[in-house]
Design a protein around this ligand. Structure first.
Ligand SMILES: [Zn+2]
Length: 464
């Protein structure tokens, strides 16, 4: 691994540690000056932003238009601040990517898996990539991992190994004596994953939430025999039951993280487990409703807008992530200045619409399903909305489970929401189907006529 990158990472991490002790005023001042520098850079070097913010360059952030992934991809060549970057060539680079190569020998390219329809491509120069790596390292450090030149931590990840995926790219940069890592693909058969984890004996386990739950069950059954000091989940909705099972087998060592290919780790749990602290010194978050109006703490937003303060190659200002998160009403008592998210319920695409008993339509939020499904004795599940009703897929079902009881719970739950109850099928499967990045979303809808189903819980998390 590149020693310059490692030293840059450690020095950025030292800076971030100081931010943890900031007062609210210090954080606000840092955000204001970082935002000013970002906007100046975008207005000086991005033809897209010169037009997009025309007449608004002096207006406050919340008066600026929202940037979607579709817009970013449509105006790719104009949005980037280096005219040598061309989408067509970036695509070619990505198609041939094997390890830690850089586009134009300068840019690390990451892609989202396109689970919500369109793939997004994101380029990072050295300083941006260092910030991304430091954001992940910060999450690990908050959980108690020691990160220094002299300390190595043996880790295993069960996520995506596609070379364009952020978890694999970050791994390719960091792979070294310093961070010996076993990277397994979440779409491999569980027996193979278990066998390799047993041989590797990781101190740190990083996995999609759905995979952490399966592995906890494997440990409980005695097939998996590992003793990680830390377990990190990301990229999918983490339900209470999954957390309970992981803690049951490995102790209170689970730390959830919320990341996005667009900005690295955006939020992480601290040692108090009161929710996820937004990394507001790196990214300005806005929790908003579908019309981009701010939503108060305690209420789920429809989207999260992010302004990535360190972005320069592709400035991201009020960039839309379709994740539905809720800000906590009370701050974390541990003293970090950053706002807390106390729940992430998935993507706005996961909200199912049903004909309402009272006429019109009713929107049913994914946490209605999470609450019912969390109690089911199975190692994996997925609720699929099809044109003619709901299908519930279950894998690893244990004894004593009755299909009809579950179907009834769904009928009652949907009726309580005011929906006309659709046909409900319960189906046992060997494993829950995984998408392009190996994720197994909890909720899928085929109703919108999209070729690819809207993927739930794929919380744009180093994902997409
Ligand atoms: Zn905290």
């Amino acid at each position: 691994m590149n020693i310059q990158i490692l030293l840059g990472l450690l020095s950025t991490l030292r800076e971030l540690r100081q931010h943890d002790r900031w007062t609210h005023q210090q954080l606000k001042a840092h955000q204001a000056s970082s935002l000013r520098r970002l906007r100046e850079h975008a207005y000086a070097h991005s033809p897209f932003y010169q037009r997009f913010h025309k007449g608004l360059t002096d207006r406050p952030l919340n008066e600026l238009p929202v940037l979607t992934k579709a817009m970013l991809m449509e105006h790719f060549d104009e949005l980037v601040t280096n005219p040598a970057i061309r989408l067509e060539e970036v695509e070619t680079h990505l198609a041939n990517l094997r390890g830690d190569e850089r586009f134009l020998r300068r840019y690390w390219v990451n892609a989202t898996s396109g689970s919500t329809g369109q793939r997004g491509l994101f380029l990072f120069n050295r300083s941006e990539w260092t910030a991304i790596l430091a954001s992940f390292a910060r999450g690990h450090e908050w959980a108690g991992a020691e990160i220094s030149l002299t300390h190595r931590m043996k880790m295993a990840s069960v996520a995506s190994t596609s070379p364009w995926h952020m978890s694999a790219r970050a791994g390719a940069t960091l792979q070294s004596w310093w961070m010996p890592a076993l990277r397994l693909d979440a779409s491999e058969p569980v027996e193979a994953i278990v066998r390799r984890l047993n041989a590797w004996q990781p101190e740190m386990l990083v996995a999609y939430a759905s995979m952490a739950r399966i592995l906890a069950d494997e440990q409980l059954s005695g097939r998996l025999r590992i003793a990680p000091h830390l377990v990190f989940t990301s990229s999918e909705v983490l339900t209470d039951e999954t957390r309970r099972r992981v803690e049951q087998v490995w102790g209170k060592k689970l730390f959830n993280q919320y990341g996005a290919t667009e900005g690295g780790d955006l939020a992480a749990e601290c040692e108090r487990h009161r929710g996820l602290h937004l990394f507001e010194d790196l990214v300005l978050p806005e929790v908003v409703d579908r019309d981009n109006r701010p939503v108060p703490p305690g209420v789920y937003g429809d989207k999260l807008l992010v302004t990535v303060l360190f972005s320069r190659t592709q400035p991201l200002i009020r960039y839309e992530l379709s994740d539905s998160v809720r800000l906590a009403a009370a701050p974390c008592p541990f003293g970090r200045p950053f706002a807390l998210i106390d729940d992430i319920q998935g993507r706005v695409e996961d909200v199912f619409h049903f004909p309402a008993a009272a006429g019109g339509e009713v929107a049913v939020h994914p946490n209605v399903f999470h609450r019912i499904m969390d109690k089911v004795p199975a190692s994996g599940w997925q609720v699929v909305q099809e044109r003619d009703g709901l299908t519930i897929l279950l894998s690893g079902v244990r004894d004593g489970f009755v299909e009809e009881t579950l179907a009834d719970a769904f009928r009652q739950g949907l009726a309580a929401q005011g929906a006309i109850v659709p046909a409900i099928k319960v189906q046992r499967v060997v494993s829950i189907p995984r998408g392009a990045a190996g994720k197994a979303p909890l909720i899928r809808s085929y109703r919108r006529g999209a070729r690819e189903p809207a993927s739930s819980a794929s919380l744009s998390g180093a994902s997409g």
